[in-house]
Design a protein around this ligand. Structure first.
Ligand code: RVP
Length: 503
């Protein structure tokens, strides 16, 4: 006889938090959302933590190097998608590691024998008013001077005038040697009243510019997530097929944490992948597993050596696994059960294995609920896909800007390794588990994450909690009836927005 769960499974929208006493210290600026990312022993510090409990999904339409930089700057972590050749995934990791906030790689150079007309054409093309003049006109050539709009008067000069005649030559400009910090560069900009500072290597070759206008934006963020060498932290996805090649390439590239990207993680394939990594690297390489939705799945991965365990099957916004295969579980119920399993495992073994609630976050408060229910952090796809920093196109649909967003199980992504059933004949699956879609465009990551985090901190205060652990201890959660849900939105009023739209 099959096993039947006594209770139906629930999702986030069916729960609310009931406030507790808030003391005078309970103000949002006192709330810390720092949380462990990887396993640790009782009494020890977690080896890797997040400063905010957000990670971006291992998906082509979400997590590339640009997203990774933007999210690490806010204190979270991206997992670069693995449905791409090993070398291009490793190159994305390297790009994150090479990235230096505020140092803009030179992207418009010109040669000394080119003309004013060429400068004007370049300005039209790039929008840049500051151009590096290099000996061969290349982006990384030897710096001979710079041209800004103050160096020429279009109405008084011949368009064929050579650049060398009106550029400001190298002996009259202030430049810096590569290796200085952003704050040192900023001091030079202020001391010499410059708008742009060229940075060159030891041979005098052009490397980057630092612009005065950018400094404020790139000033260090107190929450940014950095590695020991002060580079942005980045995660990367792997699969259960090519790990013997992919893992070494990603480790060499500098990935801080790996994650086995799979729709269902309670499998021999994940156990073998984890065993191979432990055999080769011991604990030096951090790797999460998943996804699971119950205690048995959690224990399996914790015992197999996963550094964290991802929770969630079928709840992703682009996911049709439940429709296609009939497997899955309400996300809230899955998180609650796995969080209890994690706590029991910790009591028994003294080893804490963090869990990640993956998929199904629709409203910001769903993140807070997931954390209150016991998730150490969340993974989000749709949420991040809406931002400027996601890798997909922004297009206009019915008068509104939207961004493309597709599932890893869609035929667009062709990530069949994610749905690996171990059968080499089925590596090209014949049915899809994800869709190709649009999501409303929402602007920059920074603006949105700032607002989301302030809502989360504010709710923590309503519950009398100043840390993740305190939130979990103090949270009081209630299931709500469908009627109560209606009461939760604006109701029984005529929204002015709706009237305006109808006109
Ligand atoms: P969401 O945030 O609701 O958009 O969900 C993102 C999650 O959905 C991913 O982290 C992943 O677990 C899952 N996913 C990705 N692709 C697919 C699919 O094609 N079915 N599902």
């Amino acid at each position: 006889m099959a096993f039947f769960y006594e209770e139906p499974s629930h999702t986030f929208s069916e729960y609310l938090l009931v406030p507790s006493y808030s003391s005078a210290e309970c103000i949002p600026s006192n709330v810390s959302l720092r949380t462990p990312l990887c396993r640790f022993r009782r009494g020890e510090e977690p080896p890797v933590s997040l400063n905010v409990p957000l990670t971006s999904a291992v998906m082509q339409s979400v997590s590339d190097d640009r997203m990774a930089v933007a999210l690490a700057r806010e204190g979270g972590l991206s997992f670069i998608f693995c449905s791409q050749p090993i070398e291009s995934e490793a190159e994305m990791v390297r790009r994150v590691k090479r990235y230096k906030a505020g140092f803009v790689a030179n992207d418009s150079s010109i040669g000394p024998d080119e003309t004013l007309a060429d400068i004007l054409a370049l300005k039209d093309r790039t929008g840049h008013t500051t151009v590096a003049v290099t000996h061969d006109g290349s982006l990384t050539g030897r710096l001979l001077g710079i041209v800004t709009s103050r160096d020429y008067r279009v109405s008084r000069m011949d368009a064929s005038a050579p650049v060398r005649d009106f550029m400001t030559p190298i002996d009259k400009i202030v430049f810096a040697r590569d290796g200085l910090t952003l704050s040192e560069a900023n001091d030079i900009l202020w001391e010499h009243k410059l708008n742009a500072l060229p940075v060159v290597d030891n041979e005098g070759n052009m490397v980057a510019f630092v612009f005065r206008k950018d400094y404020d934006m790139h000033k260090e963020n107190p929450l940014e997530l950095l590695d020991a060498q002060k580079r942005y932290a980045v995660g990367a996805g792997i699969n259960t097929r090519d790990y013997e090649d992919r893992v070494p390439a990603l480790v060499d590239a500098g990935a801080d944490v790996l994650c086995i990207d799979s729709s269902e993680g309670f499998t021999e394939w994940q156990r073998r992948t984890l065993a191979w990594i432990r055999g080769r690297y011991g604990d030096a390489v951090k790797v999460g597993g998943g996804n699971v939705v119950d205690e048995e799945g959690f224990r399996f991965l914790a015992e197999a050596g996963a550094d964290f365990v991802k929770v969630g099957i079928g709840g992703g916004s682009i996911c049709i696994t439940r429709e296609a295969k009939g497997i899955g579980r309400g996300q809230a119920t899955a998180v609650i059960e796995v969080a209890r399993a994690r706590d029991r495992y910790f009591e028994e073994t003294g080893v804490y294995v963090p869990i990640c609630s993956d998929g199904g976050i629709v409203l910001d408060y769903h993140i807070t609920l997931a954390l209150a229910m016991g998730a150490d952090f969340c993974m989000l796809g749709r949420y991040f896909a809406r931002f400027d920093e996601s890798p997909t196109n922004r297009v206009m649909v019915n008068g509104n800007y939207v961004k493309e967003y597709w599932g890893e199980g869609s035929s667009r992504a062709r990530n069949w390794q994610r749905y690996d059933s171990g059968d080499s004949a089925s590596i090209k699956l014949s049915f899809e588990e994800g869709v190709d879609s649009y999501v409303p465009y929402a602007g920059t990551l920074r603006e949105n994450v700032t607002e989301t985090l302030s809502k989360i901190r504010s709710t923590f205060c309503n519950c009398g909690a100043l840390s993740m652990a305190e939130m979990r201890r103090k949270a009081k959660l209630t299931l709500v009836s469908p009627v109560t849900l209606v009461e939760g939105g604006a109701h029984d009023v005529i929204l002015k927005e709706a009237v305006k739209r109808a006109k």
